[in-house]
Design a protein around this ligand. Structure first.
Ligand SMILES: [Mg+2]
Length: 296
């Protein structure tokens, strides 16, 4: 019998994370670049908002422009080398760098259906932060693909943003993951029947923390995927999270605590089991009908 590819089997599960406020506290630029350059975050964001108000900049482009053109960066450009070094200073929520990915793999490997049907998990990040910072992060190796804002560099210096990710265009990347068209050079607008998609939405879990994740969560929800809202473990449940649940954008919410036994991990395990169950159910029923077809 011809060996079926993962596309036919649809036995890959994707966990898609937002970064700021989801895997890490705060904002990646503030925690790294602002600290390094001694930038007052209130002043910086006020300048960024002024570009939006006065010149009609899209808000992500406004901050990307400031990181090039603000006098501080004119004097000492934010080159690749600096970003790579700053990436090592990124803080994370509990558990993220202490075994979360390894424990998730071992959880999966203990489930018999995972082995029986060759089910695998892939991790992705979609963030409006800076790609260079995430590329240098210690957790980079766990991710199949990271989508974030990216500059074009000339002589090591950023000259122009070549990829901008904001809350609404974040959803494009969910479709890239869904259709298996991960590279930006690959078109994604062509119709692809549900059965041919590399990772069906039903096999996707989106984890995010705020209003910027609402469009992505809405896509997940409407397409049969799963969405989990998280919040700072040191704070109370924020209004946005309550809203996401009340408006049925997310199915669950939990503190962003990735340690073994946390509420988030329990929810993730439960969701993974449900996905694994439906993959194995679908594939075993397909095996029965294939057998009957051959022996008719
Ligand atoms: Mg966020």
């Amino acid at each position: 019998m011809k060996k079926k590819s993962a596309k036919d089997l649809q036995n890959i599960i994707a966990i898609v994370y937002d970064f700021d406020g989801t895997l890490a506290p705060g904002n990646m630029q503030e925690e790294t670049i602002f600290r390094e350059y001694g930038i007052d975050k209130r002043k910086f964001w006020a300048k960024s908002r002024a570009l939006v108000r006065q010149k009609g900049y899209e808000s992500t482009l406004a901050y990307l422009r400031l990181l090039i053109s603000d006098p501080v960066f004119k004097e000492r450009p934010l080159d690749r080398k600096t970003l790579k070094r700053l990436a090592t200073q990124l803080p994370y929520y509990p558990g993220v760098t202490q075994g979360y990915f390894r424990q998730l793999t071992s959880f999966m490997n203990k489930i018999p259906e995972v082995r029986e049907w060759g089910i695998t998990v892939e991790h992705y990040i979609i963030s409006s932060g800076l790609s260079e910072l995430l590329d240098g992060a210690s957790i980079r190796k766990h991710f199949k693909k990271i989508y974030a804002c990216e500059y074009d560099y000339e002589n090591g210096r950023p000259v122009f943003p070549k990829l901008v990710i904001n809350d609404t265009n974040k959803t494009q990347f969910l479709f890239r993951i869904n259709k298996g068209k991960l590279e930006l050079s690959e078109g994604i607008n062509q119709h692809m029947p549900a059965g041919k998609r590399r990772i069906p939405f039903a096999n996707m879990i989106y984890i995010g923390d705020g209003v910027t994740d609402v469009p992505s969560m809405t896509v997940m929800n409407k397409s049969g995927g799963h969405a989990i809202a998280v919040y700072d473990p040191n704070g109370k449940v924020p209004r946005e999270v309550k809203k996401m649940i009340a408006e049925k954008r997310a199915e669950h919410f939990a503190p962003a605590d990735f340690r073994r036994g946390s509420l988030l991990i329990k929810i993730l395990h439960r969701t993974l089991k449900q996905i694994i169950h439906s993959i194995s159910f679908r594939l075993s029923s397909r095996r029965s009908s294939d057998w009957v077809r051959r022996h008719w």
